[in-house]
Write a protein of this length. Structure first.
Length: 131
């Protein structure tokens, strides 16, 4: 059943699926860093996944619209810096964008905000018993 295996690999693991809102939806579920390139005209994309970020490149000869959902990568990250064409914006885990032929976009995970409490509010601190 090579066709079933290929469909599961492309759709469920690499994350390439059809989209109503775009030419292609990308929602990868990778376990390790690496890169993927599919030159079949239906896909014509390349992406790389590393600790530093996620990079998507449109390999098509024409502009294409993509939905990108990074919720399966970078556990717990909800905000990203999206850079494309020397412009940047802060976005969530799901983005919709159009890339011209050969253009690429980069998502860099942003650090989670840490909320600090003062020592006076630390309810886990034990105090010695005083009669």
């Amino acid at each position: 059943y090579p066709c079933v295996y290929t469909a599961v690999l492309i759709g469920d693991y690499l994350g390439f699926t059809p989209s109503v809102d775009a030419n292609l939806s990308i929602q990868p579920h990778l376990h390790d860093y690496g890169s993927v390139e599919i030159g079949i005209p239906r896909y014509d994309v390349q992406y790389s996944y590393s600790a530093k970020g996620f990079v998507l490149k449109n390999l098509s000869r024409k502009a294409r619209r993509f939905t990108v959902d990074l919720s399966g990568l970078y556990a717990g990250t909800t905000r990203y810096k999206l850079v494309r064409d020397s412009r940047s914006a802060t976005v969530g885990a799901r983005s919709i964008l159009e890339l011209s032929a050969g253009e690429e976009a980069t998502w860099t995970p942003l650090a989670k905000r840490v909320v600090r409490t003062s020592a006076a509010l630390d309810l886990n601190r034990t105090r010695p018993f005083q009669p």
